[in-house]
Write a protein that binds this ligand. Structure first.
Ligand SMILES: [Zn+2]
Length: 884
């Protein structure tokens, strides 16, 4: 079965490509929101609710002695498992084991029989093993894993010299490569001895015990993880690896990449020592393990995985410095390293409590960002999480702690990651840095090397603060949703009173509660701040504040301590004053957003000023977006003139906005950027922007970009994607050629999208036949990512001839991912509507023409206004008054 290309993954991929590229930056973590996800079959819940399984024995130690065969892509060896029965004598031992071929089982306690099926191995002992008695089983087995352990070799079409294998455990893949108790409520120490060709490197958990030379040009490498951890964190990486090294205190830090990627590896690794130093300081618990390694892996389907002492990473984390400050591995690096404490040192007991792993990792990565880049950057991260990751799910009312999920992957979403992070931020805001840190340290030390549930965290905060937190956890963690607040403000001049009304407009139910919120109102009068602490706990409440004079700025939650959707309607003047407040970056960003609806010249002038002069890049990006939304000549001109912004992140934002302008001068500017811009990330954004424009120039440029040689292949990926939207069938053969010639180097997600592009452009006649043959060639490709991409392409091609090819794949029980891809493709075969039908192209054209028409009208109007103003200024009277 396997990873990649499930239909869900594709939906996510499409959503990601459609959302802002800036927002994508901080979504590339762990399993969340990543395109090529693989998920093992989960244990089935029997009553619709999910709990951790029973433990009959305590597993104490797992020892794996393994020999991989890189040609056959198989493993063989022995698993030795030491255990002791917990409360009842053990007559037998059941272990999770997915399609492992077990040839022998030995034990000093005597094995009377053993049997295995696709899911488990059961060993029956000659006599029951007494409670507390230590016992050991040795299991000889081999496997050709489709999940859990992945070979990537030159024979599979990957770059020569990069052969390697990597493993993935979470949530339930460990059982695909060794027999184990595969759930997170069991911890054991572990040990791996791996036999490989001499020139290869082996990396695993814990510390290196030694390397021993063996006959036939081989060696064995021995790793030992002494402190206990859960099965899904056991990891093996072996192959041809290049290594970079550093140190934090006495903790060795290693960074491994495939040799073909080594040239740029240093950038991805450069923050690691500083992140570890910051975490030790912030968390108050020293790094709890022997060493910390990170390794990139080909076709790694998520962002990263926090195996104990050895994090696996997508190759996309390696980038060239040509991308300036747009690409960075900092956030992924910080996220995965935070898991070494939150996830590995202590581990969520079951998937309903997943946020105790992922919410912490998300929040601590933001804390590091704030430590490195300042408070504005920290709050901006929270803002993007709320706006882009939580906001779109406002109708999803499932709570963070949730037992009714169908499969574990359902838990790996916005609730565990950004919302979990926000819950921690609200605790920190409520109790202050000092108490928060003390609570987290206590929580970690109390549960060190153990499992945690949400109540463990609540108890610690309650003990240290004296404040009952039942309501806090009830509303934020055990119930869903977030406050929807309508805030209104009035100034009462006679009484010199500010009157603020706060109304909770979310519908309270058994799923979403009426919230209790402690926050601030801030009034700024002639540069001086007046704060009022407020508690909102009813449906609608009024607050009054006496002030010396009418305030220029009124802010609700000015310290940004609350996850809520706040609708606060303010006057243009107040928004402009808020945008001018240098002390309040989030306030300035919110003002930019609001000013997009205010199309006055004063609003445009304020936005232009912020766009060109604001100190914080996030404000400049927000201003760029608002100028584009305003769409007046002057607003668009400000964007057109600004493709030379110093900060690459802002420059890219400008290009992204131009892509949404639907004007000839905007297309011209995009084409100009593609020709002259040196930063490949910005070129890629410009290429994507051509999607809304179409035309011969766009087609020729996209075709040309398929030959782009920038490291990382971003422009090629963008060209492959945009060609689908350009809807020019003559480009189908160029896309096929590009896939064929560059499949080894391109991001698998890009290749997958390109396959769909081929299908979309080849819906009829000779082209359809060519595409059909192209996809069929890939069905037997040794790389599963390409196989499932071709399966997807066959579905999108809508040629019924694919049905007899897809049906047996859909019925295949060994490779569940390919089977799922084939099922989705068969479903797609029945759907005749192309994703980008010709009508959409026509509609786009119409919209473009309408926009152009509107722009001309606006121009005439502006000229009239100018004339009128000029006449007024010279004292002449006009028949027609100016329409101000
Ligand atoms: Zn994570």
């Amino acid at each position: 079965m396997s990873r990649s290309l499930s239909s869900l993954a594709f939906v996510i991929a499409l959503l990601v490509s459609a959302s802002s590229t800036l927002a994508n930056e901080h979504q590339q973590h762990c399993r969340y929101c990543n395109a090529l996800s693989a998920w093992a079959d989960p244990p089935q819940a029997t009553n619709g609710r999910n709990y951790a399984p029973d433990r009959q024995v305590d597993v104490e130690h797992i020892k794996l002695d393994l020999t991989p065969d890189f040609d056959k892509r198989t493993i063989a060896g022995t698993a030795t498992i030491r255990f002791a029965p917990i409360s009842k004598p053990a007559k037998s031992l059941r272990l999770d084991a997915h399609r492992l071929d077990v040839s022998a089982v030995r034990s000093k306690h005597g094995v009377s029989s053993f049997s295995s099926d696709d899911e488990s191995l059961t060993i029956v002992f000659e006599a029951p093993i007494a409670v507390g008695e230590q016992a050991e089983v040795e299991i000889d087995y081999s496997a050709e894993p489709v999940e859990g352990l992945y070979f990537r070799t030159a024979a599979m079409g990957l770059p020569k010299g990069d052969d390697h294998l990597w493993t993935q455990g979470e949530p339930h893949e460990a059982r695909h490569w060794f027999p184990c108790f595969d759930y997170s409520n069991e911890r054991a120490s572990s040990e791996i001895i791996c036999h490989v060709p001499e020139e290869m490197t082996v990396v695993s958990n814990g510390k290196l015990v030694g390397e021993t030379k063996e006959d036939g040009g081989k060696k064995s490498v021995h790793w030992l993880q002494e402190k206990p951890h859960v099965s899904y964190l056991v990891c093996l990486i072996a192959g041809n690896l290049a290594k970079l090294e550093a140190k934090h205190r006495d903790v060795p830090l290693g960074f491994y990449t495939q040799p073909s990627k080594a040239k740029h590896a240093e950038f991805a690794f450069r923050d690691t020592p500083a992140i570890m130093a910051f975490y030790e300081d912030e968390i108050g618990v020293p790094y709890p393990w022997d060493k910390y390694d990170q390794a990139t892996c080909a076709d790694y389907h998520w962002g990263g995985m926090e195996n104990t002492t050895i994090t696996t990473l997508t190759q996309r984390t390696i980038y060239s410095d040509a991308t300036e400050n747009i690409r960075s591995s900092r956030s992924l690096d910080a996220h995965e390293m935070a898991h070494q404490w939150f996830g590995d040192y202590i581990t969520c007991k079951d998937w309903s409590n997943l946020w105790l792993n992922e919410g912490f990792a998300t929040y601590y990565a933001l804390l590091y960002e704030g430590h490195k880049e300042g408070q504005d950057a920290f709050q901006y991260g929270l803002y993007l999480d709320a706006r882009d990751d939580i906001g779109p799910h406002s109708k999803d009312l499932r709570p963070i702690v949730y037992r009714d999920y169908n499969v574990p992957r359902d838990q790996f979403d916005f609730r565990a990651y950004p919302k979990g992070s926000w819950v921690l931020h609200m605790l920190r805001s409520q109790f202050g840095d000092e108490l928060y840190r003390k609570a987290i340290k206590t929580y970690l030390e109390r549960h060190a090397l153990g499992e945690v549930v949400t109540d463990d965290l609540r108890q610690v905060f309650e003990e240290l603060s004296g404040k009952p937190l039942d309501r806090f956890f009830d509303q934020w963690v055990y119930h869903g949703g977030q406050p929807q607040l309508k805030v209104t403000y009035k100034w009462l001049p006679e009484e010199k009173l500010a009157h603020v009304t706060v109304e909770q407009t979310q519908e309270a139910s058994d799923k979403v509660l009426l919230f209790e919120i402690d926050t601030l109102l801030r009034f700024i009068v002639d540069g001086k701040e007046y704060d009022q602490e407020i508690r909102v706990d009813r449906k609608k409440q009024d607050f009054y504040m006496t002030l010396p004079a009418e305030p220029q700025v009124v802010r609700f939650d000015p310290e940004y301590t609350l996850l809520a959707n706040v609708d606060f309607d303010k006057s243009d003047k107040m928004l402009e004053a808020q945008l001018a407040n240098a002390e309040d970056a989030i306030g300035r960003i919110l003002a930019c957003d609001e000013l997009a609806d205010v199309k006055t010249q004063a609003a445009v002038a304020a936005l232009k000023k912020a766009f060109n002069e604001d100190e914080f890049f996030g404000v400049r990006c927000a201003a760029a977006t608002s100028l584009r939304k305003i769409r007046t000549e002057e607003a668009v001109a400000a964007l057109l003139d600004s493709t030379k912004q110093d900060d690459a992140r802002v420059r890219r934002q400008v290009v992204e906005e131009l892509g949404k302008c639907y004007r000839d001068d905007a297309v011209k500017q995009l084409l100009n950027v593609i020709e002259t811009e040196k930063n490949p990330a910005i070129v890629a954004t410009a290429l994507r922007g051509l999607a809304s424009h179409q035309g011969d120039d766009a087609s020729a440029t996209a075709k040309q970009a398929l030959r782009d040689e920038s490291w990382g292949g971003e422009p090629v990926g963008a060209a492959l994607a945009v060609i689908r939207d350009l809807n020019d069938p003559s480009l189908a053969s160029s896309v096929m050629e590009t896939i064929k010639s560059r499949e080894a180097e391109l991001d698998p997600r890009d290749v997958s999208e390109a396959m769909v592009t081929v299908a979309k452009l080849s819906q009829k006649g000779k082209r359809q036949q060519e595409a059909f043959e192209f996809f069929v060639d890939y069905l037997n490709h040794p790389r599963q990512t390409l196989q499932s991409s071709a399966i997807r392409g066959l579905g999108e091609l809508h040629d019924p001839a694919a049905r007899p090819l897809l049906a047996p794949i859909a019925a295949n029980k060994v490779d569940a991912v390919l089977a799922a891809a084939a099922k989705a493709a068969l479903g797609e075969l029945d759907q005749k509507t192309p994703l980008v039908p010709a009508e959409v192209g026509d509609l786009r054209k119409e919209v473009r023409e309408l926009r152009e028409e509107q722009a001309k009208l606006q121009k005439s109007l502006d000229e009239l206004k100018e004339k009128s103003a000029a006449k007024k200024a010279t004292g002449k009277k006009d028949d027609k008054p100016a329409e101000e």
